[in-house]
Design a protein around this ligand. Structure first.
Ligand code: GTP
Ligand code: MG
Length: 822
């Protein structure tokens, strides 16, 4: 908090006398007493939670008696965890920066001001914060702001900047002519554009081409204004005409293929073939007739179109600016293509010349022997997909089932030829990234296949043994500790003159001999790293004894002290309670088991999920003609890499091309947890997450990539933060919340905003972009759905921001959904 500027003081509840209609309406949307945000400095870049929980005590930090376990060098234990033993009491109270002085309401941030700086239009009673979707427009593009009149309606002259600001509340938006760029307000658009036989064009512009190529991005995409003035069926017809009419198509002379301008017949051939270049815009392209590879001049291929089309000139060796000295059909390929071929085990030394055919088969020039088929292997298609190289459409169907797991479900049709937003989901182990992935699969993907379920089942079964071994290790530590104390007592008694031999007695943590034998055996296996090998043969055989050990009073007593140790997930008891059921042959993981399981499959490395989201967004009345045309839906590809996969200097991130957004997942509840870093050092888990976050966002591959931070496990965090002070994490040492009486902000919300701002500050110190933050409880599906819709809005807003740089898309859908955060 200290690093962020002091938030504005809460405004008085009554509206100021000079308030505008805009301000009055906005105030109705805000919680009582909330100050109006500064119109020019709205920040929607993080979601907020205006809690419905009653306010706890006025001064928030919990008492020092809620001591947090601190590291205690107890003894060198023979097993791995002893080094990391912690105990709660007796021991020094948690270290705090200093007893925080009572902060004055003037200087400390108030919950109200926090919420407002975050998202003023957040509905107060929602359990999880929906994306900040005010019906506000983004700030005027630079040219419009400067010119003012530029936004006036070309017919009635009304509008301009203030009217657009009024448009925040709904009814003064404008529509732009695709040809000349004139803008019309809702009242004039139908008169100015008539029946729109070619879509959004002034009557006088009918027949004229779409002058600015950047306006092409809007072709066929509806807008809120049109949705208001036209009936849905009419709007669909207009959008279809806009996409399909001849005048709006690219013109032959605007398209250069292999160094030659196209003729009308060639363009017709290109656009009329079964797999045409998607959304062809004016530009210079190269085309490999034999393989069907197609790309922009000087760049790697970006799609595969029909082969053998007689269009354009001859393919040149330097068409894609390759520098690899490896040639495919006469073109020197790019480094990315070479990397992909190498990973696909295609032998390509320097000066190799290949012939590649449209079915993926290839041969070396002059040898006349087909050496293989590059598209046949699922792994090659995956790699191509990750490198954003195109894949032929024919390969998405028949071979879908030839690999297991999500990473085996490659590339449905749309992935090959249409634009897909790649979302990279990462986070430290246990942050919940795989839970979010699984929720996304439940929400938008297909059902878990039988192969995937089997993987999950094996993973759950083996994890039960891991949980038990963790408990057994801690039991040993506690037993040693208890015996040591007992011996000390005996020594004192002896010194006091009592007779008898000082003998250590079994403690609460002692196991009987039979169980002890099993425990020793299991711990040996774990210590040797053999659990995976010994499993799954032992599952069913040992299930009854695992159950017996779990129910034993010694283990239950150990489990009761689980707040004193780490590395045991909350879900351990959920699965251990059902060990016999889980270990049976017939066991099938339920939906809840799948979510609770830690991971996605046994390898738990890389997983892919392709999906699209329903365009009708709950917080807006945005309109897209989706029902008729599913191809209009934006497609996403969620790529989840677990933290182990990111080890080794994040090298695998270099392979990922064109990632549209990083979704970084952090568990809020990690602030008091410990974590063994790659170096073997023990550190606070939140700080380890922070370090990983820094590494990922400063990776050169993601310089221009949008980042959304998901602060997950808010449920655990809410429960924990009242017990364990946030300040136990050194990074949060200056957290000192103040609770003004007129708000109902809980300590958890305070702490959440504080953490969000810490990350935002960190991000802005590294990047000149804005960090978007969203709160999730990944076990609650709705919050994950909200998170993905939020991410969609962030990306749309990004698009609008970019388009606004060209001054062309003020009226696009996106502009209504997400306002500026700059
Ligand atoms: N209480 C609570 N538990 C959660 C939440 N999200 C995930 N979990 C649980 O936390 C555990 C770890 O979550 P994962 O999704 O496996 O974490 P991860 O980031 O995938 O970690 P790795 O797979 O180990 O890299 C699982 O048992 C989840 O059920 C949450 O929001 N609240
Ligand atoms: Mg996991």
């Amino acid at each position: 908090m200290s690093s962020s500027p002091p938030p504005p003081e809460p405004a008085p509840a009554a509206p100021a006398p000079a308030e505008t209609a805009w301000a009055r309406a906005l105030r109705r949307l805000l919680p009582p007493g909330a100050p109006l945000p500064d119109e020019d400095h709205l920040d929607y870049s993080f979601s907020v939670d205006l809690p419905d929980a009653p306010a706890p005590a006025a001064r928030a930090p919990p008492s020092p008696s809620a001591a947090v376990p601190r590291p205690l060098p107890l003894q060198r234990h023979r097993r791995r965890i002893s080094r990391f033993l912690f105990r709660a009491a007796p021991g020094p109270p948690p270290r705090r920066a200093s007893p925080s002085p009572p902060s004055s309401p003037d200087t400390a941030p108030t919950p109200t001001s926090l919420s407002l700086s975050a998202s003023p239009l957040r509905a107060p009673k929602s359990p999880s914060p929906p994306p900040p979707l005010p019906q506000l427009e983004p700030p005027a593009p630079a040219h419009a702001a400067a010119g003012g009149r530029r936004r006036a309606c070309a017919r009635c002259g009304k509008g301009g900047r203030i009217a657009v600001a009024m448009g925040i509340l709904g009814d003064q938006r404008q529509e732009e002519c695709l040809a000349c760029g004139a803008r019309y307000c809702a009242g004039c658009v139908l008169r100015a554009m008539g029946s729109m036989p070619e879509g959004r064009k002034c009557v006088a512009c009918i027949g004229a081409p779409v002058a600015d190529p950047r306006r092409r991005a809007r072709l066929g995409k509806g807008s809120r204004l049109l949705a208001r003035v036209l009936a849905p069926a009419e709007l669909r017809q207009v959008m279809r005409a806009e996409r399909g009419c001849a005048a709006n198509q690219v013109r032959p002379h605007e398209v250069v293929v292999n160094g030659r301008r196209l003729l009308q017949g060639e363009l017709d051939l290109l656009l009329g073939c079964a797999v045409p270049p998607d959304r062809l815009v004016p530009g210079r392209y190269w085309y490999d007739k034999d393989s069907g590879l197609w790309g922009k001049e000087g760049e790697r291929p970006d799609r595969i179109v029909n082969s053998k089309l007689s269009v354009g000139g001859k393919l040149r060796a330097d068409a894609s600016n390759g520098t690899t000295q490896v040639f495919v059909n006469g073109r020197e390929i790019t480094k990315t293509e070479l990397r992909m071929l190498k990973l696909a085990n295609v032998q390509c030394s320097r000066n190799t010349h290949f012939w590649l055919y449209d079915d993926g088969s290839y041969e070396e020039e002059g040898q006349n022997i087909i050496k293989g088929n590059i598209w046949q292997k699922a792994s090659t298609r995956l790699i191509a997909n990750l490198f954003s190289l195109p894949i032929p459409p024919g390969y998405s169907h028949g071979l879908k089932g030839d690999a297991t797991g999500d990473s085996g479900r490659f590339v449905p049709d749309y992935l090959e030829q249409k634009s897909v937003h790649k979302l990279l989901l990462v986070g430290l182990e246990g942050s919940g990234s795989s839970t979010i992935f699984k929720q996304a699969k439940f929400l938008y993907g297909s059902k878990f296949s039988s192969g995937e379920l089997l993987d999950l089942k094996l993973m759950i079964q083996i994890n039960v043994y891991k949980y038990l071994s963790t408990l057994l290790e801690w039991r040993e530590c506690f037993e040693d500790q208890a015996m040591k104390e007992d011996r000390e007592l005996c020594t004192i008694d002896k010194a006091a003159g009592e007779t008898g031999v000082a003998q250590t007695r079994p403690s609460l943590y002692s196991l009987n001999q039979r169980l002890m034998q099993f425990a020793d055996w299991l711990l040996e296996i774990v210590a040797l790293g053999d659990l995976d090998a010994f499993f799954p043969a032992a599952t069913r055989e040992y299930a009854p004894i695992v159950q017996e050990v779990w129910k034993d009073t010694a283990i239950q007593a150990t489990y009761k002290r689980n707040n004193e140790f780490h590395f045991l997930p909350d879900v351990a008891s959920y699965f251990l309670d059902r060990v016999v059921e889980i270990s049976s042959n017939e066991y099938e993981p339920t939906e809840k088991d799948i979510l609770y399981a830690e991971g996605i499959n046994q390898w738990n490395g890389l997983s892919l999920l392709e999906f699209s989201l329903d365009e009708r967004y709950q917080f807006t009345d945005s309109y897209v003609d989706k029902p008729d045309d599913p191809s209009m839906l934006t497609k996403y590809q969620l790529i989840r890499i677990n933290s182990k996969g990111l080890n080794g200097g994040l090298r695998c991130l270099e392979m990922l091309q064109e990632v549209r957004a990083i979704i970084f997942c952090i568990s809020l509840a990690d602030y008091d947890q410990m974590w063994v870093q790659g170096s073997g050092e023990l550190s606070n888990k939140m700080i380890s997450s922070r370090d990983m976050f820094e590494d990922v966002i400063s990776h050169p591959s993601f310089e221009d990539t949008t980042c959304v931070l998901l602060l997950n496990k808010y449920d655990s965090f809410e429960a924990k933060v009242n017990r364990v002070p946030l300040t136990v994490c050194d990074w949060f040492a200056d957290f000192s919340p103040v609770k003004p009486h007129h708000t109902h902000q809980s300590l958890a919300s305070h702490a959440y905003y504080y953490i969000a701002l810490k990350f935002k500050d960190l991000y802005s110190s590294i990047s000149d972009r804005k960090l978007f933050v969203f709160q999730t409880k990944a076990l609650e599906r709705k919050t994950v759905d909200d998170a993905f819709r939020y991410i969609r809005e962030v990306l749309r807003w990004d698009d609008v921001k970019n388009s606004d740089a060209f001054g062309s898309v003020e009226d696009s859908l996106c502009s209504m959904d997400m306002s500026s955060s700059s």
